[in-house]
Design a binder for this molecule. Sequence first.
Ligand code: ZN
Length: 242
Amino acid sequence: MPSPIRVTVWNENRHEKTHEEVRRVYPNGIHNALADALKGAGFSTRTATLDEPEHGLTEQVLAETDVLTWWGHMAHGEVKDEIVERVAKRVLAGMGLIVLHSGHMSKPFLRLMGTSGALKWREAGENERLWVVDPSHPIAAGLPERIELPHEEMYGEHFDVPAPDQLVFISWFKGGEVFRSGCCWTRGAGKIFYFRPGHETFPTYYQKEIQQVIINAVQWAAPGKLPEVTYWHKPEPLEKLD
Ligand code: ZN
């Protein structure tokens, strides 16, 4: 049997400490809710949070991570640039990165996208309908053609990201906006998936279809066995040159 995919679930874990409303929904933190679902799917899963030394993302932790998931919101600015570079370097070398919800403004995501990550938002608890727009994509495997979220924060276009290589979901919101909710890119050897839902005051990450998307995304983003590639040397020609 192949060894299980190694996932590190990163969470800022600040709302959970300061907002009773959030603690009620995620008493053990968003990271543990996500980690429980990923463990249940058979992944080797650990968590890391902002207030740990090196934000829990030491060289060794990242070296032992196939896929990193990222949830942050109120403290993006506190993530040290040194750690951002470390994460980006690992993604370019093949580590998968799954950026969740307000992680669209996180430093690692913006570093890898090169755009502002800006969008429109409204916190009215309106319903969201996620449509699968690429049914053959592995991240859509086993899902219904749409996912209904009874209450979510609205994110609206335009979403300032590079055009995704593959678009898996588009969201519709009661207020009329639409949003590219499931976007895939590659950077270097790494695969990146942005997934929109997951506002901290709603129980979105307990919803089975949402967990299935994240499980599928981990499988998709895991690097597999990459070929050995070398850079920056002047190779001897393989054939005799005239
Ligand atoms: Zn939010």
